[in-house]
Design a protein around this ligand. Structure first.
Ligand code: PLP
Length: 398
């Protein structure tokens, strides 16, 4: 048997994990280390290496799963099965991987919405969403926006084709009740997509909360090493998935086999990584909570956080990102310079802590002193000590 043979009619469509029936669902650590692995074959590796192929042998009629490298690739197939198993254990879902998170987001919005349709976006989501909004409007698609907090998007749903949710939102870390929004959207015939980048599938499972699409950047916590870009879309409905897959084919926004393989390899440590990173984020947030120089502290895992109740109901972990505000831009810049164990870089979810003064990009409605902090997998004592020392230095600059 060929290592890549499996019974799926469509590459990327898969039924949960082996043995992961709801009756005895596997734990997250087990799911993560086994996600997407093919059936063992004597003398073959556990996770077959990347398949570098622009085309596949194809004598005669066009048949079989692998024909041309823009349409399908065996390395994607295994990764797609893995992501599907993590996003929706035990459910039959379709997963489509993309070259980046934005490729995945654009694929859903541009393949599902047509001229004259209405789409509802968050007004406090990832900073490239406004660029996408311009593109949607250029195609004659109406766009309404509303904040994430307080399910404010409910008021904008009427007659919409698609509701786009980002929870927790980046970088403000507001949370909305997905099930409540899904119920209202579905009652009016509106599809729902959730950006699950920040939580990762181990932190939140949008399809289990009723969403039609779970979409994410795999560049962040999913793969966690800051060495690749990736995106994915998971959905239950075959027809919706077929349009997303068709979009990938016509736009060609495909991941390279090397990136897909590295991503799959990284998934085996997902549970270990998020466990440490979420714990470190909470430690940092708790340390920041006692500081007079810190305002606007947000972390859904803090009991006093406005998002805590909703997050606790629908999330399985609160994520690795903490946000807070220092008195002004110069103070924030001094803080960033004084950090030793935290890299000044954008992105989040990596095993090495990163932070940035978010206002430097100009795309988010945040104060000049706003810091987006992503906790890595360092020892908590080292990380907290570095942050507190940098805060002290930033405050004593005279
Ligand atoms: N969604 C969220 C919430 C993000 O933070 C990002 C990137 O920062 C993206 C999507 C886009 O992902 P990518 O950079 O992989 O295109």
């Amino acid at each position: 048997m060929n290592t890549y043979d499996h019974e799926q009619a469509t590459p990327g469509r898969a039924t949960g994990a082996p043995g992961a029936t709801p009756a005895h669902r596997l734990g997250d650590s087990t799911l993560a280390v086994r996600a997407g692995l093919p059936e063992p074959v004597k003398n073959e590796p556990t996770l077959p290496g990347p398949v570098f192929a622009a085309h596949f042998h194809l004598p005669g009629d066009v048949e079989g799963p692998y024909t041309y490298g823009r349409d399908t690739n065996p390395t994607w197939t295994l990764l797609e099965r893995a992501v599907g198993e993590l996003e929706a254990p035990g459910q039959e879902v379709d997963t489509v991987v993309f070259a980046s998170g934005m490729a995945a987001i654009s694929a859903v919005l541009l393949s599902q919405a047509h001229t004259g349709d209405t789409v509802v976006l968050p007004d406090d989501g990832y900073q490239a969403l406004p660029l996408l909004r311009d593109q949607l409007e250029a195609y004659g698609i109406h766009v309404r926006t509303a904040p994430t907090a307080g399910e404010a998007q409910l008021a904008a749903l009427d007659g919409a084709r698609l509701l786009w949710i980002e929870t927790p939102s980046n970088p403000g870390l507001d949370v909305c009740d997905v099930r409540c929004l899904v119920d209202a959207a579905h009652a009016g015939g509106t599809l729902v997509a959730v950006d699950n980048t920040l939580a990762t599938p181990l932190g939140q499972r949008p399809l289990e909360l009723g969403a039609d699409f779970s979409v994410a950047s795999g560049t962040k916590g999913l793969t966690g090493h800051g060495d690749l870009l990736l995106g994915y879309v998971v959905c239950r409905d075959r027809q919706l998935a077929a349009r997303v897959r068709q979009w990938r084919k016509i736009v060609g926004a495909i991941p390279g086999p090397m990136e897909a393989w590295l991503a799959h390899r990284s998934l085996s440590t997902l549970r270990l990584r998020v466990e440490r990173q979420w714990a470190n984020a909470l430690s940092v947030a708790e340390a920041l909570a006692g500081r007079p120089d810190v305002s606007g502290l947000r972390y859904p895992g803090l009991p006093a956080d406005p998002a805590h109740t909703t997050a606790t109901r629908q999330m399985r972990g609160y994520g690795s990102v903490v946000s807070f505000t220092l008195p002004d831009r110069a103070h924030a810049e001094r803080f960033m310079t004084a950090l030793h164990l935290v890299e000044d870089a954008t992105s989040f979810g990596g095993v090495r802590s990163t932070a940035e003064r978010r206002g430097r990009w100009g795309g988010d409605a945040v104060p000049e002193g706003f810091i987006r902090f992503s906790a890595g997998a360092e020892d908590a004592e080292d990380l907290v000590a570095d942050v507190l020392r940098a805060l002290d230095r930033a405050g004593h600059h005279h």
